[in-house]
Design a protein. Structure first.
Length: 474
């Protein structure tokens, strides 16, 4: 079976050689920020805790919804390390951002935000045109943005990039990405055993939280929407009503919804994909569900985001999945969302396998979708190894180390679907199963033992999959 999937990966490589995507446009919004990468090891964290002098106050605190002081920052970081899971929390304090800059080593500064990361990636693999909504006129941001990306909002020539003010100020779109390694972390007298490398993001962001776009972007996107086949929207997890003191969630979402409706009116074939992220506020999660799930065509999420958003739809099932992550449980969670929104294409990216649940499709389209998922796994593997994707040809240099656990989980899910849903075809052989009600896709991923870079992998997976799927179809 391992040989079968290696052959499937080699066959899917033909998609990457297809230049048909070069003329397909993608429009992106609404979160673009600056990522500052910070490496965390047990030794580094021990030194930081001693410097901060808060070791004894960290073990029994509840998880903060926002970070307002140094102690809350360290609590969130430690809880993410303890769980071995990705997380993101807003930082609502200038002092915390300053303290991070002064006490941690910034190993790398990169384009951040789902929309920003995806826009740069698209230009590297020669997709054109790419239209991006940027939140702030910042010289630090400009340096990270591919110059060929269309941004109708800003006039870059007016910036004074060498001014003292520009170099000393921490931009209010700075996200601190703490990439922690597996190992044993000592906190006071307690040992935290982190079994999986991952990342925690502290987002010092006063701009993306406004979910705003410029009038120039609105007008340009509406006037030129016929040039775009795909729209990817993200960043809604950053909405903060404390900034919108006189607004409701409905009022915050309405400008975006109105813009999407206008796009769809002028380009009915436009595919709109929503990429989710971690959200702590239950009311915001419910608002995202209520305002966006019925409007978009596709959703991308990881297992933690599934558990989180499912809590608003089926609390008991959410708790069950959280306690036992398996392919069958993840499918059940996806199905609970799909049952309420049966038009959706739901793509879940997990460490050892990807799952995709959708309405029924043709056999021809099923093969395209399977191959598109494999292509997304190839790109994700390249990014995990190199920290970036610079060219499509890099996917041909990989060692196809297919996940054995992924294959086992897909076999378990296939047995369940055939037993409970009378599914046709085979996940383990064909990459998909069709029932009378839905189509379920699953592929094993490439295992990267020591990934170099973790942020943006999910965004890369979702984007590449839907990009190749729908452009190949046309």
């Amino acid at each position: 079976m391992m040989k079968h999937w290696k052959n499937s990966y080699l066959e899917a490589l033909q998609l990457i050689d297809n230049d048909s995507i070069l003329s397909k446009g993608v429009i992106l919004g609404f979160n673009v920020n600056i990522d500052k990468i910070i490496k965390i090891t047990p030794e580094i964290l021990s030194n930081i805790l001693q410097t901060a002098g808060v070791e004894d106050r960290l073990s029994d605190n509840c998880r903060p919804k926002k970070i307002t002081n140094i102690e809350e920052l360290l609590i969130c970081l430690l809880q993410s390390i303890n769980d071995g899971k990705a997380d993101e929390v807003l930082i609502n304090s200038d002092q915390v951002a300053i303290w991070i800059e002064e006490n941690f080593v910034i190993s790398r500064t990169m384009m951040g935000g789902q929309a920003g990361i995806m826009a740069n990636l698209l230009r590297k693999i020669k997709v054109n045109p790419v239209l991006l909504s940027t939140p702030l006129s910042s010289p630090d941001l400009i340096k990270l943005l591919n110059p060929s990306i269309i941004d109708p909002t800003t006039n870059y020539d007016t910036f004074r990039s060498e001014s003292e003010e520009a170099t000393e100020k921490i931009e209010p779109i700075t996200h601190y990405v703490f990439e922690f390694s597996a190992g044993k972390y000592m906190v006071a007298n307690k040992i935290i055993n982190c079994e999986r490398s991952n990342r925690f993001i502290g987002s010092y962001d006063e701009v993306n939280s406004l979910l705003m776009f410029s009038e120039e972007f609105r007008k340009y996107s509406v006037d030129n929407i016929s040039n775009y086949a795909l729209c990817v929207i993200a960043g809604f997890h950053l909405i903060d009503l404390e900034i919108h003191t006189s607004k409701s969630y409905t009022e915050v979402f309405e400008p975006v919804l109105s813009l999407i409706r206008k796009w769809k009116e002028r380009n009915p074939f436009l595919v709109v994909h929503l990429e989710l992220a971690a959200v702590r506020n239950r009311d915001l999660k419910q608002a995202i569900i209520d305002n966006l799930f019925s409007v978009v065509d596709s959703i991308g999420l990881n297992e933690q985001e599934l558990v989180s958003f499912l809590h608003c739809i089926d609390k008991s099932l959410s708790v069950s999945i959280h306690s036992t992550i398996s392919s069958i449980n993840l499918f059940k969670g996806m199905l609970a969302i799909f049952s309420k929104y049966p038009h959706l294409r739901l793509h879940l990216h997990y460490l050892d396998y990807f799952l995709l649940l959708s309405p029924l499709i043709s056999e021809q389209f099923a093969l395209i979708r399977k191959n598109s998922l494999i292509v997304s796994s190839l790109f994700a593997a390249v990014k995990a190894i190199n920290g970036t994707i610079d060219r499509r040809i890099d996917t041909k240099l990989l060692d196809y180390n297919i996940s054995k656990k992924g294959l086992e989980e897909l076999q378990n899910l296939e047995n369940y679907l055939k037993s409970e849903w009378n599914g046709d075809n085979s996940l383990i052989n064909d990459g998909y199963i069709q029932t009378k009600s839905f189509a379920m896709f699953g592929i094993p991923t490439i295992v990267i033992p020591s990934p170099r870079y973790l942020v943006g992998l999910g965004d890369t997976i979702s984007l590449i999959s839907i990009l190749y799927e729908f452009n190949k179809l046309e």
